[in-house]
Design a protein around this ligand. Structure first.
Ligand SMILES: CC(C)(COP(=O)(O)OP(=O)(O)OC[C@H]1O[C@@H](n2cnc3c(N)ncnc32)[C@H](O)[C@@H]1OP(=O)(O)O)[C@@H](O)C(=O)NCCC(=O)NCCS
Length: 161
């Protein structure tokens, strides 16, 4: 099974800095050209480090100890964050993290999970659709930033888990 062969595991506290770097770089790759510049300005390495430090007990990763190449977080009924470093895309690692996230949502009693995808993030959209997620429409997402919530219109995806 992909999940096992890619060794999805819990993140370690000492990996916060590395994971924040993966998050920052992958976020910039995928979003800097398609979201408002005011949001890109708020997405600093420091902001991702603070968020990762707070989230790390609930983060799942793939990759060597100290240098994970991708991670996933779930929150409530949301597949909240999924980021894989550029070198590891197209390898099945994202699929392993997604399957693990879906399993955690199901184990928490969620029946229909949702996720937000930036409008125009075509690679992510293709990825989610390939794995059974369905775009149900647009919604306003209240993004977490150091200056408070930032409202962004996004594609909403759902899947029965
Ligand atoms: C989204 C992400 C986790 C998906 O993982 P991945 O390893 O890249 O996914 P895959 O390669 O399995 O699938 C991507 C699909 O999009 C296709 N694709 C690549 N570039 C594309 C583009 N510009 N437009 C449309 N489709 C594209 C790929 O060919 C592949 O489809 P295929 O398997 O039918 O050939 C990863 O790309 C990533 O971390 N991106 C940056 C961060 C991000 O956007 N996170 C999601 C936030 S909602």
């Amino acid at each position: 099974m992909k999940v096992l062969s890619h060794g999805v595991r819990a993140a370690q506290a000492g990996e916060v800095g590395h994971l924040a770097w993966v998050w920052y770089q992958s976020w910039q790759d995928a979003h800097a050209g398609i979201v408002p510049p005011e949001l890109t300005r708020l997405r600093t390495l420091e902001s991702f480090t603070d968020r990762m430090r707070a989230a790390v007990p609930n983060v799942r990763v793939v990759g060597p100890s100290g240098a994970p190449v991708g991670f996933c977080m779930v929150e409530g009924d949301e597949l909240y964050q999924l980021f894989v470093s550029a070198e590891s895309r197209g390898s099945g690692i994202a699929a392993a993290l997604l399957a693990d996230g879906e399993a955690r949502l199901a184990a928490n009693g969620v029946q229909t999970a949702w996720l937000a995808c930036a409008i125009g993030n075509e690679r992510a959209a293709r990825f989610y659709e390939k794995h059974g997620w369905r775009r149900v429409g647009n919604m306003i997402n209240h993004l977490d930033t150091p200056e408070g919530p930032f409202d962004l219109e996004v594609w909403r995806y759902e899947k029965g888990v």
